[in-house]
Design a protein around this ligand. Structure first.
Ligand code: BES
Ligand code: ZN
Length: 341
């Protein structure tokens, strides 16, 4: 049996795995809190990070953004979608995370202050954490996080049904892969640590990101800002935009995300809503860390093929995915600096 929560103020309910699968098909958003049934007794002690209002480091970010290229993104997503499914409990889901780990190690091999590590869970598909060490010793327990989820799901046959997950969330995984590649290959040295996360088991109720965020809070780490990047490949009927989610997110960080899109992307943003526990940013927010969320379109305009065999690359644009890489780079560079004015 699993314990499932549907909203901040509604009591959680016990249900079977197959009831949970029915929720996914019905499009009901939830968090599976079986492993974390109690509300967290926070150790944050009113800790509040400084979140800037404007961008200041576009000169520093320019070479990293200039080096973003669609060729490695295409190669990455082609292979990532070739695993039969990236379902968190499947054999191919475990294979796909090992492949992702090897790719991240390969592209960052020349950067000595970058580490790429697995974060293990109770199931076989681990999450992955790629970290740039910060140069400022005083800020070593603070960090900036850019995230996406690596798992996919076929909602009709979760365990073994074909699930390319090209858009959900192969595209976001690709956008932040390319941001990470460019930063690590062009000498990015942040003041405060910056991490890129690829979560396991988002589709099963944010299981991977809950494990990671709880462990970080317990270890005394402090997150200045977390940017989730889930679905970045589909251009809707209303023109090319970046959707900025405004519900269940941190308002100040979301205002800063608007400024970041204005400065670093070449397309405008639209504001949209996604609902409770729509993606991994919710795990960080629940603990009290500021999180924000960028998506491919306004919510109503987004890709309708997700969670099916039809979620394939041919419906997506790599140039669109690259716009989200630019925002990820800008966000990482800007928030990696220490300032409190
Ligand atoms: N990527 C989706 C969320 C999403 C859908 C974002 C459409 C933007 C447009 C995410 O992977 C997802 O499927 N979430 C589930 C909830 C999850 C906790 C099972 C959902 O939205 O039903
Ligand atoms: Zn999904």
């Amino acid at each position: 049996m699993r314990l499932v929560q549907y909203g901040d103020d509604t009591p959680a309910r016990w249900m079977t795995e197959s009831d949970k699968e029915a929720l996914l098909r019905a499009g009901v958003r939830y968090m599976d809190i079986t492993d974390y049934p109690e509300a967290l007794v926070s150790s944050l002690d009113n800790w509040q990070p400084y979140i800037p209002e404007i961008t200041r480091y576009s000169d520093e970010a320019a070479p990293y953004i200039g080096n973003l290229t669609v060729a490695p993104m295409k190669e990455f997503l082609q292979k990532f979608t070739s695993f039969n499914t990236r379902y968190y409990k499947s054999k191919t889901g475990a294979e796909s995370c090992r492949w992702l780990l090897s790719q991240l190690k390969e592209v960052s091999a020349g950067a000595s202050h970058v580490t790429v590590k697995e974060f293990k869970h109770k199931w076989d598909q681990f999450s992955i954490i790629a970290r740039f060490e910060g140069s400022n010793e005083d800020l070593k327990d603070e960090l900036v996080i850019v995230g996406a989820h690596q798992d996919s799901v076929n909602m009709w046959l979760p365990s073994f049904g074909r699930s390319p997950g090209a858009d959900d969330d192969g595209s976001g995984s690709t956008s932040i892969f390319e941001a990470f590649r460019s930063l690590s290959q062009n000498g990015f040295k942040p003041e405060r640590p910056v991490e890129f996360h690829w979560y396991s088991a988002e589709e099963a109720g944010l299981l991977g990101s809950q494990d990671v965020s709880r462990a970080y809070e317990k270890d005394g780490k402090r997150v200045v800002g977390m940017l989730q990047t889930d679905m970045t490949g589909y251009i809707g009927a209303n023109g090319e935009v970046i959707g900025i989610v405004t519900d269940h997110v941190d308002e100040k960080l979301t205002d800063f995300l608007k400024a970041t899109v204005d400065e670093y992307a070449d397309i405008p943003y639209v504001l949209t809503e996604c609902g409770y526990a729509c993606s991994d940013h919710a795990s960080w927010r629940k603990i009290g860390f500021p999180s924000a969320f960028q998506i491919e379109t306004a919510f109503d305009d987004s890709n309708h093929y997700i969670h099916t065999t039809g979620d394939t690359i041919d419906k997506l644009s790599f140039d669109h995915m690259k716009e989200f890489s630019k925002v990820a780079v800008g966000f990482a560079v800007e928030l990696s600096h220490s300032r409190s004015d």
